[in-house]
Design a protein. Structure first.
Length: 589
């Protein structure tokens, strides 16, 4: 029987990759071990891909599948390479007195070009995780290894925090590379090592402790990294320039004390080998600050700076910050392009709209109308203060007065119809107090069943979701694949799904949620209470809940459209495309 050998300190621990019956049926958990992914990934495959093998046994909450059919599906969908790496040995561990390292005797000399994109939905990700995926997706699909490379290409994060960005690298490129990071905070560095050790891919890694800018434990990687990804630490704004004035890393100019970010961006660049790419998160301030002009100009003039991408507010590790991504490439013998791409995605409605894969970025770079992307000649950027704010160079699509008038008229009509349809209710004739029953009691009576998280939701099931989002009733569509924490099967003859979802929403809101997913545990769920209602009374409440939900969705859409119209109008007035119309003399309440 095949086993995975995992090195933990000095101990070797073996665990089965598949069930004992290697030619028969396997569980979802065994499929996850076989493919080298998490159990949630298998659950997502079942929902997303109709061709995924159907269960051949077990129960709905714990189904089993044909091992032969699963392996065939993995091969047909391009995921079969994960079978070859599922038995890889020597997984990294931490040793925080110096370095945390791992060695892989089977590392290849080139960075795998096939992408192993993470199987988590965007709705499951934090803003920091979404930015990590966006940063990593800007890296080229493959990086050729130089002749002297004896090991796998290195991807490095000199301020790695909890290794979120390094894990995104592993998710995209698999384990045929070496991940290297340094983190100033020792407990956070320990978390980074733990995260990488627990990742789906048995990737080779090392994590060092210390401030890499001032105490560089990664110096042996200077000039050797295939890629660098870095979101600067929160205390980067000042740095002791006096002690580092002659440092060879400052090849584009010694930054002023208040321009710590320009020290970090050159620090990141110093690790790149010829042809290597660095993606560094920078503040908007550093794109225009006069004291940093000489460094910005040198980066532009040399052709090292290739793209500047403005991100939406709150997209990253800090909820109120607005950042830019600077994409740098070290010359590999090719002539640098004559222009710097300026990309502005700061105006997208949600962070989920920021591209998360390489092809999407390429499509955005090719945007012909200039509304999101524009190539600016280096000589034009150097004429003045070398301001790198994309908003100064990208021209949004202009709106005409007649277009706005038509949209405004339609909005007025919709608002009038919604106003006439707002709900009206009456006080109850009797007592407003309900008799309650717990979810645990309903489970014992068979009115509902709390299924395994791996269970595929069916239309009418109740879905409890991650990140503090309210419960919803499953629709039986792809929309159900959105951060599912618990699946509850309801007996439709006894319970109305919308009634259960709404009353549970209030119950769960009052519960403290301690886990990192922001989702209730099974024990929490079983303690929740629901009112005792007849099926007819549930039907009345359910119809009102559904109508109110539809009204809330409509109002949210109207608010978004209205805000967009106002923003376009303001921009039109400022840019001169529009002029003020007739005064509004009517009184408004």
């Amino acid at each position: 029987m095949f086993t995975r050998v995992r090195r933990l300190g000095r101990d070797l621990v073996t665990s089965p990759l598949v069930s004992p019956d290697e030619t028969g049926e396997i569980t979802a958990a065994a499929i996850a071990r076989l493919a080298g992914v998490g159990r949630a990934a298998v659950s997502n495959w079942r929902r997303r891909y109709p061709q995924f093998p159907q269960p051949v046994g077990g129960t709905r909450s714990s189904p089993t599948f044909s091992r032969i059919a699963v392996e065939a599906w993995l091969a047909a969908t391009g995921k079969a390479h994960q079978l070859a790496t599922a038995g890889r040995t020597e997984t990294g561990t931490q040793s925080l007195d110096g370095a945390s390292s791992s060695d892989d005797e089977h590392c290849e000399s080139s960075w795998r070009s096939s992408e192993t994109t993470a199987e988590r939905g965007v709705a499951d990700l934090t803003a920091g995780q979404m930015m990590a995926r966006a940063m990593v997706s800007l890296l080229p699909r493959s990086t050729s290894a130089s002749a002297e490379d004896a090991d796998a290409p290195v991807v490095l994060d000199p301020a790695c925090a909890d290794a979120t960005r390094l894990m995104a690298v592993a998710d995209r490129f698999g384990d045929h590379l070496r991940l290297v990071g340094q983190e100033a905070d020792e407990p956070t560095a320990a978390t980074a090592a733990l995260n990488l050790r627990s990742a789906a891919h048995d990737v080779s890694y090392e994590i060092h402790v210390g401030d890499s800018l001032l105490d560089n434990r990664l110096s042996r990687y200077l000039g050797t990294a295939a890629a660098v990804v870095c979101d600067l630490p929160s205390d980067h704004s000042r740095w002791p320039s006096a002690g580092l004035a002659a440092d060879p890393r400052w090849r584009f100019g010694t930054p002023e004390r208040r321009d710590g970010e320009l020290a970090w961006v050159q620090h990141c660049y110093a690790f790149l080998r010829p042809g290597g790419v660095a993606v560094v998160a920078m503040s908007l301030r550093m794109c225009v600050q006069p004291s940093g002009r000489h460094v910005r100009a040198a980066l532009v003039q040399s052709g090292v700076l290739r793209e500047v991408i403005a991100l939406p507010r709150g997209f990253g590790s800090l909820s109120d910050a607005q950042l830019c991504l600077w994409v740098l490439r070290r010359s590999g013998g090719t002539v640098a392009p004559p222009a710097v791409r300026m990309i502005d995605v700061s105006g997208v409605e949600t962070g989920a709209e920021v591209p998360q894969d390489f092809a999407a970025w390429q499509q955005l770079f090719a945007n012909a109308d200039g509304s999101f992307s524009r190539s600016v000649l280096r000589e034009d950027l150097l004429d003045g203060d070398t301001e790198l704010l994309p908003s100064r160079h990208v021209t949004p699509v202009e709106v005409r007065a007649e277009d706005l008038s038509g949209v405004t008229a339609r909005l007025q009509a919709v608002y009038a119809r919604i106003g006439r349809g707002l709900p009206s209710f009456v006080s109850p004739a009797g007592s407003a107090r309900h008799d309650y029953v717990t979810v645990a009691e309903l489970e014992r009576s068979g009115a509902l069943t709390i299924l395994s998280r791996d269970a595929t939701p069916r239309a009418g099931d109740l879905l409890l979701r991650t990140m503090g989002r309210p419960p919803v009733v499953a629709t039986g569509t792809a929309a159900d694949d959105s951060g599912v924490a618990q699946v509850v099967e309801l007996d439709a003859s006894l319970l109305d799904g919308d009634v259960v979802a709404m009353f549970l929403r209030a119950e769960l809101a009052a519960l403290p949620v301690a886990n990192t997913l922001g989702a209730p545990s099974r024990e929490d769920l079983r303690r929740c209470r629901l009112p005792r209602m007849s099926r007819a009374e549930q039907r009345r409440y359910g119809e009102e809940f559904r109508r109110l939900r539809e009204l809330a969705d409509a109002l949210q859409t109207l608010a978004t459209v209205s805000e967009n119209v106002i923003e376009k109008t303001v921009h039109g007035l400022i840019s001169g495309v529009l002029s003020p119309g007739a005064a509004h003399d009517e009184e408004t309440d």
